[in-house]
Design a protein around this ligand. Sequence first.
Ligand SMILES: Cc1cc2nc3c(=O)[nH]c(=O)nc-3n(C[C@H](O)[C@H](O)[C@H](O)COP(=O)(O)O)c2cc1C
Length: 216
Amino acid sequence: MKKTMKTLAETRREYGFSSLTRNQLNKEPIEQMKLWLEQAKQAELKDATCMTLATTDDKGMPDARIVLLKQLDETGFSWYTSYTSSKGQQLENNPQACLLFYWRDVDRQVKIRGQVEKLTKEEAEAYFHSRPLDSQFSAAASHQSQPIDSRKTLEEKLKQLKNTNASAVERPENWGGYRLQPSSFEFWQGRENRLHDRFTYTKDNSNKWLITRLQP
Ligand SMILES: Cc1cc2nc3c(=O)[nH]c(=O)nc-3n(C[C@H](O)[C@H](O)[C@H](O)COP(=O)(O)O)c2cc1C
């Protein structure tokens, strides 16, 4: 029998993996985040460390793309990229951003907003050279977010670079990392019939984290 395709309006599913109560939440949002990240990894979710990074351009127009989380600790969330990419230029102009994780198989979403700073050259250097050599070459051959006439030109640039020294590559000056220092979090757990659980963490006047339940 032929399967009939659902329209966009008809496409929906139930969320019932788990629930979230105030009692389950760690007082420290970073600890809560580490726990959910660990659970996402344990559930063997593909791309558990993918996060959408939202920034704004110089006209206030939002932009977004996925990057990979490379470090998480009390100082914040870190990722690596090109400082001269579109996102790099946008962060130069407005060093505030939003990160969004979506873990489909456990019906969870986490939103983190905050101030962004550049990682040190030493941190960038160490991470750059820890990557597979071919990824290092690709990063060095690409001016991320700049137009190029063809794939062939890009591959030619890579070939030329490898011809100079195929066993090592220098980190381009404009390649480095960023860290977002969180000023707020929202943890979302999908529930049955769209009556989801949502909790925010914001700082109160004495700089302590305040947990608030939001309506779904
Ligand atoms: C799964 C996935 C992981 C990615 N990881 C990164 C990353 O860690 N760093 C990065 O610069 N771009 C990464 N990208 C590419 C970005 O989404 C984006 O295309 C690129 O950074 C250019 O963005 P921009 O022009 O807005 O600066 C990733 C894309 C996907 C789909």
